[in-house]
Design a binder for this molecule. Structure first.
Ligand SMILES: Cc1ncc(C[n+]2csc(CCOP(=O)(O)OP(=O)(O)O)c2C)c(N)n1
Length: 267
């Protein structure tokens, strides 16, 4: 897959990832399970037995880079909202308050990974080097607006709630099959470098979590052990419906029912 020009991201596959999976599995299922929160609202740095190890690997320059991305995308978001109010854009979907979740997760993705966004992942788009002007063209309704997903491995926005989740799982199952073929080919030709492992990340909202598409996707992902991360951004509202109506338990607890790890993070 393409996107080799993307900046190398912050984490690569290490033994920490295996630890993370085991820890996440041990933690889930408890309704009193606290959120993972490294930074308190007053800016105090807390600690977490597992996740602090990831934070410790980020030096000051990388942390400043995260902050710069968050500031940049906030500025872009404010300007885009103004453009919508001026009638220049037919629609704008703000990301205010979701900057950290988006920049953090986007910067954790690898260039070979493939991202399926909703319509609100402008911060993730920034981390994947999508031309932000293209986002504006799409929301202006320019008929040839949009970007070529192959350039950045960042899919076009999907406005039909949850429709991207089965696409993402299908894509992940495709990666799984390609990698099996590549591994067999590499075995046949000694010395051939192995393809880097790739995964899919799919975003959706708390409201979309009630759609059948999400349920079906999670069943398929689990049954086939597809390399996919379901990234639910719970901003507490689906237009006028509060998240308390979508679920009686923390959404991350649902993962256990499907048979894969789920963690709840303060975004
Ligand atoms: C299949 C479908 N049903 C309804 C809508 C109308 N709609 C647009 S956004 C939205 C709420 C989505 O809430 P959530 O999934 O929490 O995401 P958020 O917009 O809060 O990021 C709805 C119902 C839609 N776009 N697609």
């Amino acid at each position: 897959m393409g996107a080799t020009h993307l900046p190398s991201t912050e984490f690569d596959g290490t033994e920490l990832d295996d630890q993370l999976e085991a820890e996440a599995e041990a933690r889930q299922g408890d309704p009193a399970e606290p959120m993972i929160q490294l930074l308190a609202p007053d800016g105090t740095l807390g600690s977490d037995p597992l996740f602090s190890a990831y934070a410790d690997r980020l030096d000051a320059e990388k942390l400043r880079g995260f902050y710069a991305d968050m500031a940049k995308i906030r500025r872009f978001d404010v300007e885009s909202t103004a453009l919508q109010r001026q009638g220049q854009l037919s629609l704008w979907v703000p990301l205010t308050g979701q900057e950290a979740a988006q920049i953090g997760s986007g910067r954790a993705s690898q260039p070979q990974d493939y991202i399926f966004p909703t319509y609100r992942e402008h911060g993730v788009a920034l981390t994947r080097n999508v031309d932000l002007a293209e986002l504006l063209r799409q929301f202006r309704g320019v008929s040839n607006g949009g970007w070529n997903p192959k350039d950045t491995n960042f899919h076009l926005y999907t406005l039909v709630l949850a429709a991207q989740t089965p696409h993402a799982v299908g894509y992940a199952m495709g990666i799984q099959r390609d990698q099996k073929l590549a591994a067999a080919a590499a075995e046949a030709v000694p010395g051939q470098p192995a393809e880097p492992k790739a995964a899919v990340m799919v975003y959706f909202g708390d409201g979309a979590s009630s759609e059948g598409d999400v349920h079906e996707s999670m069943v398929f992902a689990s049954s086939y052990k597809a390399p996919v991360v379901f990234f639910c951004q719970n901003n507490h509202w689906a237009i006028s419906v509060p998240s308390s109506v979508q679920t009686r338990i923390p959404l991350s607890n649902r993962a256990k029912g499907y048979g894969f790890p789920g963690i709840r993070v303060d975004g």
